[in-house]
Design a protein around this ligand. Structure first.
Ligand code: PLP
Length: 405
């Protein structure tokens, strides 16, 4: 971890007088110099358009993007690079599946009760436009996924099971293989929103058997604005893009168009080439560290946070209570303070940068009558010493404010 920290230039900078303690990794991670150098290399050496022009610089872009596609396919265990499309973010991948699938009126889509709006809102839109029914599997009281409730929700009408593989609110990861098995036994397809899973866990889409998966490069050391979208080859031709225009088509006439096969049909318009090249560097970086090491590091910091704060009066961590089930995420409230107050005080007093609010999961909080929570999310460069500053500050806040209730 100490060696890793040196790659992240911003960690050595004075931000408002001292180096930052960056605990907002579930939103977006920091980027190592290997990634920013790769982005600069694109702009300095071959800043052209891929997939269209035939000159040398354009050919270099196309080759580099294809290389990254292959690297992503290997990284997530896909069978072929053609199963990988580059998008803007996880949101675009989820929208493509939910709004690009052909549903019939009365078809059902099943989700958890803690979906991010990037799954939840397109489903509400599909309810409006296609007449699908949205069914929700309630979490178990201990905050884990309830497989029995999923089984009860399943019928032959379920066309899609769309779920966050790892929750961005609690850090909990659902039992992926079991969910896929149950969904497939009813003939339903499965979309996993892997925005929070992909940065810290070894992905194996073939082993999981999942049909579609979406993730964001910017949550895994990559540049802003690159999404990774996996679509199993056998079903790709049935999925429509959500955007139409240049580069997604083989031919157009005045009154017709024909789509290119996947993945190009999903890559409409000029792409974020510098971002794609940088994403390749990010994946190489994470692979060299090892996904198992990354996951173990996060859990060890989470264990430390949980041990220190679990019994503190006025601190209310969100479930599940076992840190082994929460990856790098520790979400909590402090009695007597709003979540935004907590985050602002942490920032102003100790330079600890974290997220507060409803984290784009409004239904989760409405159902639990919570106004939001503060979320500390750690990653590869965070240290036990930083965690100590965090837990000490939370304890001080709790002792100062929670008594006032
Ligand atoms: C679980 C989950 N899904 C989807 C998203 C959306 O990611 P993006 O904004 O990169 O599309 C996020 C972002 O925080 C997330 O945590």
């Amino acid at each position: 971890m100490k060696k890793v920290r040196k790659d992240f230039v911003v960690l050595g900078k004075d931000i408002g007088g001292k180096p930052p303690i960056y605990f907002d990794n579930a939103c977006q991670t920091l980027r190592p110099r290997q990634v920013t150098e790769a982005v600069s290399e694109y702009y300095d050496s071959f800043p052209a358009c891929g997939g269209r022009s035939v000159h040398k610089m354009a050919t270099e872009v196309s080759l580099r993007c294809d290389e990254v596609r292959t690297r992503v396919a290997d990284f997530i265990g896909a069978e072929s690079p053609l199963e990988i499309a580059f998008m803007k973010n996880t949101t675009e991948g989820c929208n493509t599946v939910i709004l690009g699938s052909k549903f019939n009126k009365g078809d059902e889509i099943v989700t958890t009760d803690y979906e991010h709006n990037s799954v939840h809102v397109p489903i509400l839109r599909a309810v409006e436009t296609s007449g699908v029914r949205h069914k929700i599997v309630k979490s178990a009281p201990d905050g884990t996924f309830d497989l029995e409730s999923l089984k009860k929700a399943m019928t032959k009408k379920v066309a899609l099971v769309a779920m966050a593989l790892t929750s961005n609110v609690t850090g909990y990861t659902l039992p992926a293989k079991e969910v896929v098995q149950i969904a497939h036994s009813y003939g339903a397809k499965v979309l996993f929103d892997a925005a929070q899973y992909a940065p810290s866990n070894k992905l194996d889409v073939r082993g999981m058997g999942v049909d579609y998966l979406a993730a964001s490069g910017h949550k895994m050391c990559g540049p802003s604005g690159v999404g990774l979208f996996y679509c199993r080859a056998e079903i790709a031709e049935r999925l429509r893009p959500v955007m139409y225009g240049g580069h997604g088509v083989t031919d157009t006439t005045l009154d017709s168009y024909s789509l290119l096969p996947a993945p190009e049909r999903f890559e409409t318009g000029l792409q974020n080439y510098s971002g794609i090249v940088g994403t390749g560097a990010a994946i190489a970086y994470l692979s060299a560290l090892g996904m198992d090491e990354i996951q173990a590091h996060e859990v060890s910091l989470n264990r430390q946070m949980t041990k220190e704060l679990r019994e503190v009066q006025g601190v209310r961590p969100l479930k599940p209570s076992n840190p082994e089930l929460r990856g790098g995420i520790f979400s909590f409230n402090i009695d007597g303070l709003s979540a935004h107050d907590v985050a602002m005080i942490m920032d102003n007093s100790k330079n600890i940068m974290m997220r507060s609010g409803m984290h784009c999961c409004h239904p989760y909080f409405h159902a639990r009558r919570l106004e939001g929570c503060a979320r500390a999310s750690v990653y590869i460069y965070n240290s036990p010493e930083e965690v100590e500053v965090f837990t000490d500050t939370v304890k001080q806040l709790a002792s100062k404010f929670s008594k006032k209730r």
